[in-house]
Design a binder for this molecule. Sequence first.
Ligand code: BGC
Length: 722
Amino acid sequence: MTEQALKELLDSMTLEEKVGQLVQCNAGQFIANQLEITGPGGELLPAEELCRVMGSVLTFEDAKQAKALQDMHLAADPKKIPLLLMLDVIHGLRTTYPIPLAMGCSFDDDLVAECADMARKESAACGVHVTFNPMVDTARDARWGRILETNSEEPLINGRMGAALVKATQGRDLSDPENIACCVKHFAAYGAGEAGRDYNAVDVSERMLRETYLPAYKACLDAGARLIMPSFNALNGIPSVANKTLMNRILREEWGFDGVVISDYDAVGELVTHGVAADAKDAARLAMEAGCDIDMVKNAYYLHLAELVREGKISEETVDAAVMRVLRLKNELGLFENPYHGADEKAEEELYLCPAHREIARRAAEESAVLLKNECILPFRKSIKKIALIGPFAEETRLNGFWSRPGAEKYTVTIPEGIRALLPDAELLIQKGCGAEFGDTDTEGIPAAVRAAEEAEAVILVLGEPENYSGEGRSRAELNLPGPQMELARAVLQVNRNTAAVLFNGRPLVLTELAESAPAILEMWYPGTEAGNALARLLWGDANPCGRLSAGMPRSVGQYPMPYNRTNTGRPKPPPDDRPAPFSSCYLDMPNLPLYSFGYGLSYTDFQYERLTTDRKTIHKNEELKVTVTVRNTGKRAGKETVQLYLQDPVASVVRPIQQLIDYRKVFLEPGESKNVCFTIREQQLRFFDFTAHEVSEAGEFRVSTGYADHLILTESFILAD
Ligand code: BGC
């Protein structure tokens, strides 16, 4: 359709029909007249009426249902405006790949794109038009259960991976039935909720907002994302969906975003609970004034928007502008010509869990695992035949993470299956040992686990968090291994030192005791469908671990907040970190540094950094310089190293981080091979937000280093001249 035709369509619509384009309901609401809610409250509306007016729908099952929904709606809607179908496809549809936090540990934007590409194909076949992805909320507190949905504590990684995902998902042309649109979320700073509690208030300075939280959303919009979702939280006192500074000033005026803004689940209605709206009508007014186009799921717009227009409290032009944005999106997706878009039962069958997709998911699971400790235990020798597989997750199928689709566990390759596929002759002694839920105190299974450990040549100790302990609404105050898991670990480690601990969890955990006692620890996160295959290959060396932590792991919850890019203070703690230093910024009862720092991770081979050079000593505004890092594989196995580049600005008008990641690249090296990894630093990357929140770069000395956080090596300096 032309823009003119869309305008004519808009002009032909009644006010009620326009409002309908701005409401979204759950598929269940008009299929089975069921209201599925993730928030409190909610009214049930007549299914037929919903079906006729609704502009969009979320959360449906498959291509068959997608087509049925579209048919039902088009038959009822006199204007025949197709429905937009949206779904949370976050880390795969049927073929599940690792949770975003794990993908962050891959430090590999291309791998993110490859995974997104596979998810796009499966989603399009399922009938999805819009995915509520990427989630790029920079998160620095693992108490927040949604840290699993983000790639990193570092906005650079979130922005780069988010942009890669957007490009791979949307493709060049959204009307291509194999492409779908992206909705970036949750705008803004949702990850900074006080005390790590989900939905909690966020209070950050504008400087912090612009430096740490906004860049990742902006990067995704620059990559072309067509929608954005304001966050649940109040930001500096105003819930995002009603936050005019955020949405009108920053998003629309400053960034020029002309796509669709969709609220989070009942976030408009929740303005009443927040205490900024008197009732649902007031909430609808506030959200509309702040530029929220679509009201997800509940009824604030549906019930009150037309009335607000009639009363002159909201202008019809405002509603028209929102409706046009929705119509344009539908048009871009080609829905007026092809309302089913890519929905295709046959394609679903062909694509879901096909060998090519499984291969990508397995590779992603391998590349995002982080080897945290290894005292010459791993990789296991293939001649080892008797293996004890011990722990509450030894035979677990729920290794997919919060946003995996319902039923994903049916397709998980379990650990025993993975080991048997790699080592058909292996004898597995499987013992659960204990549970892993909060209230679990039962230790009756531990003696049998100990006997298995005594008998076995090697032990795989499978620990972690139940899958439903991380995700939306799943914050924790403690970050230990729940239940009696440490008791099990102590008992097993006492009888067999040839033990590798393997972890499945959705957030950085406090592993302080395990790190002291276990000779090897492999962090698998939630790896998805190919969990067992990836793990077996990693343990026996068919795959070489190469993940690096994209968020530091604390020694204790008490260390939060502990961003890797902290500032120095006037009294930084002098080394060594393991004992307090008088009148310095330190804890009396624990080191300052995390247990495992941002960027850390081991490999089965060794890498040596030989040289770091810059091609010039001075740059000016809008110029760039090249930094070359030479890295060599000095070990006996081929492997991948993540070369990280950190910046320091030792003197500036505001305090600057002691280490700031500004680039990264993953390189593959054969044994003995060395490579030069070349980075370009542009003057723009030296900029920061000054005290008045204006972006500036200031003349003076800058330093670049490689290594990883808290362990920088090979520093060189250069000058930014006036
Ligand atoms: C979550 C969003 C999600 C939406 C739709 C909300 O509860 O916060 O991330 O996209 O539900 O399922």
